[in-house]
Design a protein around this ligand. Structure first.
Ligand code: PLP
Length: 253
């Protein structure tokens, strides 16, 4: 039987991001998924129109039901507010956990409030195998920790987060986008991918899902990240209509 990933997050009605994207991504890897829905949103690519968060007890119940079957890894995305973070933290199975700290949509809507960020740092971060903030998310988490972004990475690890993948897609480098993987017991690994022209929604969800799928298949963290970068570059290249021989991502230390 193929590995199964529990995805905890929101429904993006447009299908661009969220659980629909997670499930499609895992299916494309030949993996099974199950879900706990934290919120239902009405959105287009341009705007998040409405957000309805689910009752925390219902989210906990979905996680418990999912855990009646096999769960090989867990991926967490949108959480909405602190009560949902607490419910998820209490119900989580002890499995490899990828946390995509979904704080704000590309269109600018907040998807986790300040109390939720504090709860995420206090209750979820200690359980995390790999956290995947982009640069603006890292800045927000750093501000909540009262630290610089550089220091925040160490503070997240001090709290029990085993690894942090900082996604550099928002920085200003013109040709190459670099992500940095921080682990306590290894040098920083860098992942380089060609910077393609365009914006795709749901790339954060997709990257975290592929990594969770890799961990569910017992890949180590670095290999799971490398695989995910390849899959994302392929999607970007197809969306941007790049020639087949355009550069693929590479890793270095
Ligand atoms: N809506 C939901 C339910 C999400 O999970 C996410 C991201 O994970 C978003 C919206 C934001 O996606 P994007 O940043 O691609 O707009």
């Amino acid at each position: 039987m193929s590995a199964r990933v529990l995805c905890i997050g929101g429904i993006d009605s447009s299908g661009g991001a969220g659980l629909l994207r997670d499930a499609a991504t895992l299916a494309a890897m030949g993996l099974e998924s199950c879900a706990a829905v934290t919120a239902v949103t009405a959105q287009s690519d341009a705007a998040v129109r409405e957000v309805q968060v689910m009752p925390p007890a219902l989210v906990a119940s979905q996680i418990a039901a999912a855990c009646e079957g096999p769960v090989d890894a867990v991926k967490i995305g949108m959480l909405g507010h602190a009560a949902l973070v607490d419910a998820v933290a209490s119900a989580l199975p002890d499995r490899p956990l990828v946390l995509d700290p979904v704080l704000v949509s590309t269109s600018g809507r907040s998807l986790l409030d300040d109390d939720g960020i504090a709860a995420l740092l206090g209750r979820l971060v200690p359980r995390v195998t790999l956290m995947t903030p982009n640069l603006p998310e890292l800045d927000t988490l750093a501000a909540a920790l009262g630290a610089s972004s550089e220091k925040a990475i160490g503070l997240l690890q001090d709290r029990g987060c085993r690894a942090v993948l900082v996604k550099g897609g928002h920085d200003a480098t013109p040709e190459v986008a670099t992500d940095w993987l921080y682990r306590a017991s290894a040098p920083v690994a860098e992942f380089h991918a060609p910077r393609l022209d365009g914006t795709l929604r749901g790339t954060g969800c997709q990257l975290a899902s592929v990594i969770a799928g890799g961990l569910a298949q017992h890949l180590d963290i670095e290999r799971a990240v490398q695989n995910a970068k390849h899959m994302l570059t392929t999607r970007f290249r197809a969306a941007c209509d790049m020639p087949r021989d355009a550069a693929m991502p590479s890793a270095s230390r």
